[in-house]
Design a protein around this ligand. Sequence first.
Ligand SMILES: Cc1cc2nc3c(=O)[nH]c(=O)nc-3n(C[C@H](O)[C@H](O)[C@H](O)COP(=O)(O)OP(=O)(O)OC[C@H]3O[C@@H](n4cnc5c(N)ncnc54)[C@H](O)[C@@H]3O)c2cc1C
Length: 569
Amino acid sequence: MDYKKTELSCDVLIAGGGVGGLTAALEIKEKNPDLDVLIVEKQTAGYGGKANKGGGVLQYFDPKMSPAEFVKFHVENIGCYLGDQEVMYKYVEMNTEMLEKLISWGCNLPKNPDGSWFVIPTGPMTSMITVDLDITLKMRQRAEKLGVRIMDKTTVAEFFVEDGCIKGAAAYSILDGTFYVIKAKYVVVATGSQNYRFASMWSSGRGDGIAAAYRAGAEMRNCEFGNFTQIAKVKSHDEVVFGENNMYNAKGEFITPHFRSYRETDINSNAIREWYWQMLAGTGPVHLEYPEREQESRPAEGTDSKEGGAAMARLFDRPYGRTFRMLNTISSQSADQGSMEICPLFIGEQSPIRVDGNMATSIKGMYAIGDCSYTGSAAPGAVPAPPGRNRGSGILNAVFAGIVCGDAIAALKTCGCAPAEIPAEKVAAVEEAIYAPLKRTEGHRAKDVIDLVQKAVVPIEQSVYMKEDRMKKAEGIVAQAREAAKDLRAEDWHDLLACHEAEAMVTCAEMFYAASEMRKESRGWFLREDYPDIDNKNWLKWIIVQNVDGKMTLHTEDVPIDKYPNKPE
Ligand SMILES: Cc1cc2nc3c(=O)[nH]c(=O)nc-3n(C[C@H](O)[C@H](O)[C@H](O)COP(=O)(O)OP(=O)(O)OC[C@H]3O[C@@H](n4cnc5c(N)ncnc54)[C@H](O)[C@@H]3O)c2cc1C
């Protein structure tokens, strides 16, 4: 198939126009209007990404609480000492600033008549407020007014790095295949997480930005915290947030107390493990019961209680999002027929691009924000990407990272790299590799590869509650997927993108299993049957994965716990 070739340049290239990418663009333009900012988005910025797909709740911290209090709570109960406590502190401290910024960008956040925020208590230590689901549309409008350039339907396929410095990216149009070489002084990766295309609402998280950053040599951190799983109703596939508080087995026994003795912020992998154990013991299926034993289950305030019901009703009182909520309710009522049988719903959420407190990656001039670098920032510790046991932290983490990175870029005169051309032979090699699936008349289809990766990662005993032999089995399947990905064949431009996304899934699964095998303990969300205990003596470490000359390498780094205020006993 024929295609055009074009060269573009800009000061800042932002790959991905979701809430994170739009935040970075807005922040950069507001702080330094002279910078030429280009967003390249493979879908349509404003409609793409996840911030407009779901709950639209934002984490809220009472300003009367000191950020240090929340950090302590989080480190001890959620992050399990694996987090970067300084970045977490900064995130909590900026809460009100972020909310006000969203309002200044045109987003609809509810306030009470007296001007205070309309807050829904969820606890412990944290609450939620809402945002209407046109959030990214509003942000796009504002960004365009400020002069941000946006290219939709164009996917960033590869990053160019010379002597450890970012030089730009290769991209192509998914409408007519046009090949773009985009030169940039700075690149911001804002391409979201890896969700392995399994759960439909999360299917936009395809990890191709993560895989491109990996190929470019960027370090990855906490790859093993890559698989979030929620509870869903078996019949309707509807996710049941906080359903883990009300789990019963087939004998009518209340099983929540087997894994939860106090009120927790959100689902933990222990709930998923309990479901697995019940099924193995022949006491399944597991179902939910409401509300007579509600007291026993100690649900999070504002979610299952009467007071919570009223708050939830207001939660969805958002003009733009109302339609989607109605559709959701109708579909669950018709498909569900009252059954409360549940099973785990694999969601994924790998987000491992390693970044520092300014969201800078290990490649000079390259930043990564939001869902592609949530665990890579190490801020949250031992959890997968949002919600990471903090409902409402996904959108705000992306906003936080976008602001921090935007400020860093806007303030920089130069990233310190000498200007250099991207060598022509490098461009030619990248172009050839990108379009190769279109030239093949035989070979595997993207779906063949995706099916294999899903066969490895979706069963929860291979991705959430793991053991060496089960991991080996899954790795064997991923190896088959890698083999199949070598001769991928595409029929059109969209199919070409599907091939690249499928290959990215293989890379992400490989990183997940390599790091999971290495971590010989259980910590937070990460559970191993063969190493069931937390091991602070040997495993207060981050696992770093990096592509060195085409080979996946792994090493560990001690968490610098001495410099943090909260330490394990
Ligand atoms: C069903 C659902 C419900 C949710 N509910 C909430 C909630 O209530 N509250 C909350 O805080 N969070 C919620 N989240 C999570 C939250 O939406 C995400 O954490 C947040 O949107 C992440 O923003 P992001 O910009 O980093 O990534 P994304 O929103 O994933 O945006 C990434 C963008 O990059 C584009 N892209 C990807 N690859 C490329 C490429 N190679 N080239 C060009 N463009 C590319 C994508 O098309 C997309 O537009 C929910 C998520 C889902 C799926």
